[in-house]
Ligand binder design. Sequence first.
Ligand SMILES: *[C@@H]1O[C@H](CO)[C@@H](O)[C@H](O)[C@H]1NC(C)=O
Ligand SMILES: *[C@@H]1O[C@H](CO)[C@@H](O)[C@H](O)[C@H]1NC(C)=O
Ligand SMILES: *[C@@H]1O[C@H](CO)[C@@H](O)[C@H](O)[C@H]1NC(C)=O
Length: 394
Amino acid sequence: MFPYTLLVVILFAAQVYANYTVSFQSLSPGSPITSVVSGLTTHKLSKGLCKEGFSGARYCILYSYTFDARGISILALEEKHEYLWQRLALWASNPYLAHMPSSAMSRPSFAEVDVLGKGKGLAALRVIFPGEIVLAERPLILIDAQLKSEYSPQDIISLRRELSASLPQESHEYFMQLSGWHEHADPVDSRFDSNSFNINLGGEDTFHGLFPAVARLNHDCRPNLEYNWSEDTATMTLHAARRIEKDEELTISYVRGDFSSHQRQSRLKSTWGFDCACSLCSLPSYLQEESDNRLVILNDSLRMLDSNRLLPADKPAIAERLVHLVEMERLYTLLPESYAYAARAYAEIEDKHTALKYTTLAIEHGLRILGAEWKSWRELVELEEKLLKPNGRT
Ligand SMILES: *[C@@H]1O[C@H](CO)[C@@H](O)[C@H](O)[C@H]1NC(C)=O
Ligand SMILES: *[C@@H]1O[C@H](CO)[C@@H](O)[C@H](O)[C@H]1NC(C)=O
Ligand SMILES: *[C@@H]1O[C@H](CO)[C@@H](O)[C@H](O)[C@H]1NC(C)=O
């Protein structure tokens, strides 16, 4: 993920992905406890060891050498041990391949490449269509975010080192080849910090999750991939936010799309240590200023449409403006909801023809880009049905 790495990569992400089982089958499993998950398959999971922490709070490391054929290691406070152990047993009994579309497995759509000025990255091997799932994977490492409130930064480094050492050899090597920023920082620590996502596992608690192939994706402020975390299956799914051309680099955004250029650049520098050189940051400053201005108006439009203070007659123009700004700013994930605002606004003034146009656009884009869990989907289908009724009123 870090752009300046010059490290030699032995395992190509595409191989890790397409040949998951092949690449990691020769693992030497050390001495994990082999346990039988009730009524399910046998898996080598280790309930791990719970220890007295440096400051007194007890922590545990749970691991499996066989999970998704490359292992998983989890570091958490002791109070979460039983819960995590149960989750891990559940995930392990449910092969991750079950969450992958078979077409993506038989025909990977990307490969690892050298990207000028950014070190390693992933690039499309063929045209990828909007909404296509490009990659889905489960974490290699999970760390309880609450540890930060119990231990000093120095203790955390030691804990993370202990955790990474509990990974199978090949996975540990792969992890160490990921990039981390700051030459002087602890190598294990910086790799976690540069490559992890904040996720929930079904409860309130936040965890930092590291996903090995996802960690190879570089940043773009206007990315072509969106990611989607599922707590139920513990899977991070990446899908195309727009059409991606063959050989185009695959990217995700490390920061919010509606950040101003200053916010974006300072966050990327402070968290990942690089000067933003994405498609947007590389524009001349007057164009970046224009983009910032559009984002301010975009934010305002959203705020106005969400408030109940607009007259129905004023809503369509504001919704149209929102759609237009979102398109200009290439913020594709906001597009479905923007179309939905326009659909509702036109329905309210009983312009059925235009309302129907936007309802259809919203549903089509929403399902492709946001999936079946998109919250506005059902509502829009109902609206569409109402609009289609011969003398239906909205
Ligand atoms: C998967 O493994 C096979 C056999 O080792 C190899 O020929 C093939 O190129 C690999 N596929 C990818 C996508 O790396
Ligand atoms: C838009 O709103 C978001 C969320 O409130 C905020 O973080 C961001 O700074 C705003 N963008 C601009 C350009 O003002
Ligand atoms: C996001 O994840 C959820 C839960 O797994 C899934 O139902 C949905 O289809 C996903 N969305 C996309 C666009 O992949």
